[in-house]
Design a protein around this ligand. Structure first.
Ligand SMILES: Nc1nc2c(ncn2[C@@H]2O[C@H](COP(=O)(O)OP(=O)(O)OP(=O)(O)O)[C@@H](O)[C@H]2O)c(=O)[nH]1
Ligand SMILES: [Mg+2]
Length: 296
């Protein structure tokens, strides 16, 4: 008999949800960056606990950071969080120990409580917070009266053993949802799109990280084994095109080369990355474009 279930990982933007999911799963299933709203889909990372035979399967569902939506995209992202909470067996609510608890966190707390599932709170980034900060945050958060509170560092891996025990203890009896060796169910095109986008995020400023999307238009395995990827960097305004390309094409080359290298390791084959830039005016507010780009 095994225990298994879906764990919704929720929190404000940038608290470290994707970093934590990667660390728990032991593989990079979701991209991360210092920019808020990095994650734009729900991403399942599977953690199967197998001393010999599987005993537990935790399906971690990484979600976009819950925020005040300013665009149609923002509304869809929040909708994804809501949908994930509704389907969860357990909620894992993340706080950032370096930031005081604010209205954004309180909104997440409300939504988590409303899900009706047990809620675990993880206070993340304890590696860069001082002990007093962490203590105060735990004390303040305990007012919510959730099931458990665990200080963690996704970056250094501290507290993850305790967190895993808390998660395991709250899973219902259930099936093995995914094969034991599987870490994510994302299609290749999705992973490729995210890896390309990640290379850009920390290099762009102001609103540009939000304005950028990657549209993978074709993936083709050539006879010689090379994986051919045709992708477009989609921006919202003509003026952003030049920034993404960079002086003498330098940024496009650097990010393209980094993405290609990572893809080659992932897929274990040589990759030809054909990267272009295209402008889709205000795509974040256009339902038809959002549909086409796969934001359900
Ligand atoms: N020092 C430290 N930094 C962390 C830790 N966890 C995450 N970070 C950093 O915090 C930033 C945000 O991490 P993400 O994992 O992308 O955060 P997220 O909550 O998924 O963000 P969104 O997808 O935008 O909602 C990145 O720069 C991470 O490197 C941690 O435990 N310690
Ligand atoms: Mg994320």
């Amino acid at each position: 008999m095994i225990h298994s279930g879906f764990v919704s990982v929720v929190g404000r933007p940038n608290v470290g949800k994707s970093s934590l999911v990667n660390e728990l799963v032991g593989s990079k299933v979701a991209i991360t960056s210092s920019r808020p709203q990095t994650t734009r889909n729900t991403i399942r990372g599977v953690m199967t606990i197998t001393p010999e035979e599987p005993t537990h399967q935790v399906v971690l569902v990484d979600t976009p950071g819950l925020h005040k939506p300013k665009t149609a995209l923002g509304e869809r992202l929040n909708g994804l969080v809501q949908g994930s909470l509704a389907e969860s067996d357990v909620v894992l609510f993340l706080l950032d120990a370096t930031q005081p608890i604010g209205p954004g966190d309180r909104l997440v707390a409300e939504r988590s409580a409303a899900s009706g599932s047990p809620v675990l709170v993880a206070v993340n980034k304890v590696d860069i917070a001082d002990q007093r900060q962490v203590g105060e945050m735990l004390a303040e958060a305990s007012d919510w009266d959730f099931s458990a509170y665990v200080p963690v560092s996704a970056k250094e891996g501290t507290g993850l053993g305790d967190l895993t025990e808390e998660l395991k203890g709250r899973l219902p009896e259930g099936p093995l949802y995914f094969p034991a060796e599987m870490v994510t169910d994302q299609p290749d095109a999705f992973l490729i799109r995210e890896i390309i986008r990640e290379k850009y995020l920390d290099r762009l400023r102001d609103e540009l990280p939000h304005s950028l999307a990657v549209d993978v238009r074709d993936i083709d395995e050539r006879a010689n084994g090379t994986l051919y990827v045709d992708a477009a960097l989609v921006v919202e305004r003509d003026s952003q095109k030049g920034i993404v390309i960079g002086r003498k094409g330098e940024l496009l080359r650097t990010c393209g080369a980094e993405a290609r290298k990572e893809l080659e390791v992932r897929f274990g084959t040589s990759v030809y990355l054909d990267l272009r830039v295209s402008v889709e005016k205000n795509w974040q507010d256009k339902p038809l474009i959002l549909d086409r780009m796969g934001f359900e």
